[in-house]
Design a protein around this ligand. Sequence first.
Ligand code: XLS
Ligand code: NI
Ligand code: NI
Length: 437
Amino acid sequence: MRSYFKNVSRIRYEGPKSKNPLAFRHYNPDARVEGKTMKDHLRFSVVYWHTFRGTGIDPFGVGTAIRPWDDGTQSVRNAQNRVRVAFEFMEKLGAPFYAFHDRDIAPEGANLRETNRNLDAVVKVLKEEQQRTGIKLLWGTANLFGNPRFVHGAATSCNADVFAYAAAQVKKAIEITHELGGAGYTFWGGREGYSTLLNTDLKREQEHLAKFLHMAVDYKKKIGFKGQFYIEPKPKEPTKHQYDSDAAACLNFLREYDLLKHFKLNIETNHATLAGHTMQHELEVAGAAGALGSIDANTGDELLGWDTDQFPTSVYLTTQTMLTILKYGGFTTGGVNFDAKVRRESFEPIDLFYAHIGGMDAFARGLKIAAAIRKDGRLADFVTKRYSSWDSGIGRKIEQGQVGFVELEKYMLEKGEAAPNTSGRQEFLENLINEFI
Ligand code: XLS
Ligand code: NI
Ligand code: NI
């Protein structure tokens, strides 16, 4: 096979002093952090859609990306060739995982049967390449938003036939994910939301979505797919309001419809920003519910109000992210999935390497810094001490359910006033974090 990245050899770790732009300064896959290799901690994943299907198109202009391997046709042959290019890229980068939507990897045919045939033809090559390289599938998903049939949504469409089509499509997408040994399967809302409430039966749409997810759970069991199901919260875009708007809304939805035990969350940084939260907030909310599954690692632009999907470069952000991920025990099935795209202005193939190397190094630094903060222990000690009134006396009695309002009134009438508060020390703690960055 022809090489498309001839001038790039396997990206290696060269240490923080390296000036080689095609080397890692911090990501050293075999180095151990808290007893686990960086590779196993971070489980980096390349997304097929942005990295191999992104063209740089925006609402004001056509694509700019130069992709010499792409012949510009919608043929299966072109799609199969692209798979080989993708694996050459991922192999050279040293990414252990990738993720895809069904429609990124293979073109749609004239009807569902033909589309499924196209998929199978490409999955065959994906399987070969996975075997050749050892690169694995982090998760698969279905594109239920691109085709015009999904104009009103998929599982929440007002058109029952569209629900049926989406079900058939997801059935197939779970099957191919299973066949490729995927560690998970993600449901992202796509167009599951509304643009106006004037034409929307919100209750009915949400019930349909729950029904759809139950069908997916049933089918997963039926075929013996053991991968983790994820929901990826996002508050808006493309619709004005997405039903899976943030981690708390997703958890509530999953609980209400008895789905929580079957799902974890895939938290995306830029979606957190759009929801008016920080990434760390979303991770904490998911983690506290035992539902922190995986992350889509990108970043937005504070000055732009949409999902710009930039590669993460802020060490402060990756440190916060890794602090919470380590706190909840690290990834099991999930990983750091770069749902990020190079800028329209970065149109050469080599930019794909720079982008991923930067993101991987930013996360490796975040991991090392988070581990150092944890080893130091001052931050965790502060939080433990801050809540120490709950470890004995009246606090302990409240937590253990030994007292109610009557006993608490008696306690306070005797005491007369609450014990004095202590400082929250925000600035002190912010300085402490900066000691490590
Ligand atoms: C869109 C989402 C999407 C999901 C996969 O904003 O991030 O890319 O990750 O469907
Ligand atoms: Ni995403
Ligand atoms: Ni996104």
